[in-house]
Write a protein of this length. Structure first.
Length: 83
């Protein structure tokens, strides 16, 4: 059985995401990004929300590309209605 590792990206202001979806608060290059990429090579699967998955496509990724190839990616989207 593989271990489950919780690894989350947090912006410089301490949030996992911001309400308006702005990703400019996250590092896009440099040592932090290099370290993150190095960590990702040790994982076999990533579980992520739909919104952050879509960020890859907004930045130019093609629909037939894997976000974290060769890692398996499971995208979760929860829909609910309020009473």
């Amino acid at each position: 059985m593989h271990p489950i590792i919780y690894d989350v990206a947090v912006s410089i202001v301490g949030y996992i995401s911001v309400p308006d979806g702005d990703v400019s608060v996250f590092a896009h290059e440099g040592a932090v990004v290099d370290d993150c990429r190095a960590c990702l090579t040790r994982y076999s699967c990533a579980l992520m929300g739909r919104k952050i998955y879509e960020v890859g496509y907004q930045s130019g990724m093609k629909t037939d590309q894997k976000l974290y190839a060769p890692m398996c990616c499971v995208v979760v989207s929860i829909a609910f209605t309020l009473p």
